[in-house]
Structure formats: C-alpha cells, structure tokens
Design a protein around this ligand. Structure first.
Ligand code: AP5
Length: 190
C-alpha cells in the first residue's frame, strides 16, 4: 500500500501516520521530519532549509524531491509507505508521478484530512514546535492554501482522493482513515 496524507498544518498527518504504521506495518516518510533531522544534523540541506522553515515557507521543490527519491529507494519502503507532508506543490506531485512510474510503484490512495482553521490554531498553539508561533502558523496556512490546495485538485481529477473529516479525537479520525484504506486495498486487490 502506497498512500499520501495531505492536510493543512495541524490536521493530524503525523498523528494518523503513526497509527497507520502500527496497523499496516508500512513506513512513514515525513518530509517535515526529514528536514528537521537535516537541520539538527547541520547538513547542507539542513542549512539551506532552516531559515525557510522558520519563516513557515516551503523548501524548494528540487531539494524535497531529491530527499524523497532517495528515501523511497531504501529497502524498508519496498513493501509500501505513507507520504506525510509530500507532495505539497503541483510540481512535487508531478515529480512523484515520474518517480513512481519509473519504479513501477503506483499510488493507491490520497487522504486529505479536513479540519477547521480555528481548531488547527488551537492544536498548534498547544504543541509549541519552533514554527508554531502565531505569525508562522498563519504563513504556513497561506502556503497551504496557495500551493497545496491545487495538489488536492490534482489528485481529485485522478480519482484517488478521499476527504476525511479530521475534526474529532485521534482514534475516531483513525477509524475513518482505516475504513478508507481498507476500502482502497479491497478495490485494488486483483
Ligand atoms: P511539516 O512537518 O510537514 O508540518 P505541517 O504540514 O505544518 O504539519 P504539522 O506537523 O504541523 O501537522 P500535522 O498535520 O502532521 O499534525 P500533527 O499530527 O503533528 O512541515 C514543516 C515545514 O517543513 C514546512 O513548513 C516546510 O517549511 C517544510 N516542508 C515539509 N515538507 C515539505 C515539502 N513537501 N515541500 C516543501 N517544504 C516542506 O498534529 C499537530 C498537533 O495536533 C499535535 O500536537 C497533535 O497531538 C494534535 N492532534 C493531532 N490530531 C489531533 C486530533 N484529532 N485531535 C486533537 N489533537 C490532535
């Protein structure tokens, strides 16, 4: 199973991805986590990404695409993966299509978590990651609305997008996620 989790900042992508890992035994590929690890390690990618992430903007497409491309080639991604926070722009989605077509690894499902903005602000303010201050949260929402919403339309046209109401406790949201994944697995199996 290869699936994408999309949604605005604080929608619960990381939270639901963890539950999917436990349930289906596939790996979580979070570009946010990979970039934060690169920043913490002070790698060239991390040095390039740090200020951009601190401002709540998106890291350049070529940087993120290269990271994901390396990651999907690792052994633990062969059985399937959950992309968390990628793709976030239409050029990233197009690059992912090319990457997966070359490897004959078709996508099974794209899940879009939908949560009202007021709830997102409450969740992120309570968490307190370095990019969770008020001004940066608003910039991350702006980036999502202008650059990532078109990605939802992109997958909507492909017929593999499922919208999930993410405005409920995590376990309840996971029941909805699990149903969508099980349905996709049943309809994709020969
Ligand atoms: P990234 O790490 O992907 O951050 P994000 O999209 O802003 O998402 P968050 O991690 O804030 O939220 P989430 O949806 O995962 O929710 P979570 O489960 O954590 O990206 C960070 C930065 O990296 C970007 O701004 C950009 O600069 C860069 N970047 C990353 N990917 C990129 C890409 N592809 N291209 C370019 N740049 C990229 O939950 C949030 C909080 O809510 C937690 O405290 C959680 O406990 C709580 N919570 C979750 N679900 C619920 C629930 N159902 N009820 C109550 N609380 C909940």
């Amino acid at each position: 199973m290869r699936l994408i989790l999309l949604g605005p900042p604080g929608a619960g992508k990381g939270t639901q991805a963890q539950r999917l890992v436990e349930r289906y035994g596939i790996v979580q590929l979070s570009t946010g986590d990979m970039l934060r690890a690169a920043v913490a390690a002070g790698t060239p990618v991390g040095r390039k990404a740090k200020d951009i992430m601190d401002r709540g903007e998106l890291v350049p497409d070529d940087v993120v695409v290269a990271i994901v491309s390396d990651r999907v080639d690792q052994q633990d991604a062969k059985a399937g993966f959950i992309l968390d926070g990628f793709p976030r722009t239409v050029p990233q989605a197009e690059a992912l299509d090319r990457m997966l077509a070359e490897r004959r690894m078709p996508l099974d499902l794209v899940l879009a978590l939908e949560v009202p903005e007021k709830t997102l602000v409450e969740r992120l303010s309570a968490r307190g990651r370095p990019d969770d201050d008020c001004e940066t949260i608003l910039e991350r929402f702006r980036q999502f609305n202008s650059l990532t919403q078109p990605v939802l339309d992109y997958y909507g046209r492909r017929g593999i997008l499922r919208r999930i109401d993410g405005d409920a406790p995590p376990d309840e949201v996971f029941n909805r996620v699990r149903r969508a994944v099980d349905e996709a697995m049943a309809s994709n199996s020969p």
